[in-house]
Design a protein around this ligand. Structure first.
Ligand SMILES: [Zn+2]
Length: 297
């Protein structure tokens, strides 16, 4: 069964024309009609970005990542992170795994970077960088990014013809850039956004992403008129934290296999995603404290 899926996916990836691609996608939807969750996952996460990975749209791409690299990186990620765990189990479990585990993980990567989770988590400079990266037409964007190895991509400067920057890759994520903007601020720069746009890698920064309001609008921080409103919000946050702190349900599941069987992997993964998102947001709220701690060290 696993072989059949791979074969059908391989055909999809290697279809030479958009028409052949559409035909193969139709075929997959009919052939695997019973795998609804997986088809939904494909339709949501892969089909809308087909120009990025399907050969039908990529015949003239000699630079950047070609279709084979795309498949390889996707497969190696799949193998390393997911298949290892189920090697000895039945292969049709893979289909369930794809929809239950990989999808939430994929979403989590987006929450961590703030991309796709709403641009409000990017500050003004980052939003502008993202826009610069998005205004280029795709083939031009692609020509400006060269993935040199599993650790390094080279990205052309937007302004100077003879300069390119080193964008570091770690665990399939862009983590740093050698340009002045990133070196100065540690914020996501346009080179990282550009590289993210044309490859299969995410952006992942250890430093949480700055919300625009805190840094760019000091008036709202000191404005006395807002204190009541803010105190009310703090109260609300504390109430929610008390509710979240109740561990009894998790403990019960932890100590009873019967209870454990009743909760799904997907819902647990989603809970963790949301909790990690909250932790990142907490860092954002108290960013001034983090900055202060850094300075006094
Ligand atoms: Zn940069």
């Amino acid at each position: 069964m696993l072989q059949d899926v791979r074969k059908d996916l391989g055909k999809l990836l290697r279809s030479l024309t958009p028409e052949a691609f559409d035909e193969q996608w139709e075929h997959i939807q009919v052939e695997w009609a019973d795998q609804k969750a997986w088809l939904k996952y494909m339709a949501k996460e892969y089909i809308p970005t087909k120009e990025r990975w399907a050969q039908a749209w990529r015949q003239h791409a000699h630079e950047g990542i070609d279709t084979n690299n795309y498949i390889e990186s996707w497969h190696s990620n799949l193998k390393r992170n997911y298949l290892g765990r189920i090697r000895r189990q039945r292969v049709d479990f893979l289909i369930r795994l794809l929809s239950e585990e990989i999808e939430p993980d994929y979403n989590r990567a987006h929450i961590r970077t703030g991309i796709g989770f709403g641009t409000r988590y990017l500050n003004k400079a980052e939003q502008e960088g993202k826009k610069s990266a998005e205004t280029l037409i795709f083939s031009e964007a692609e020509a400006r990014v060269r993935v040199v190895s599993a650790e390094l991509a080279m990205v052309d400067s937007f302004t100077k013809d003879d300069i390119d920057y080193e964008v570091k890759i770690r665990d399939n994520s862009f983590v740093a850039c050698s340009c002045p903007a990133f070196s100065r601020s540690g914020l996501i720069c346009k080179h990282m956004f550009l590289a993210q746009r044309v490859t299969t890698y995410n952006i992942q920064l250890e430093k949480s992403i700055l919300p625009a309001a805190v840094v760019s609008d000091p008036e709202t921080i000191v404005n006395e008129g807002r204190r009541d409103e803010k105190l009310h919000l703090v109260d609300k946050a504390l109430t929610l934290m008390d509710l979240l702190a109740d561990r009894s349900l998790f403990k019960r599941v932890q100590s009873s296999e019967d209870e454990l069987d009743k909760v799904s992997t997907a819902s647990l993964t989603q809970y963790i995603s949301a909790a990690e998102g909250l932790l990142h947001m907490k860092n954002d709220v108290f960013l001034h404290k983090l900055d202060h701690a850094k300075q006094t060290r």
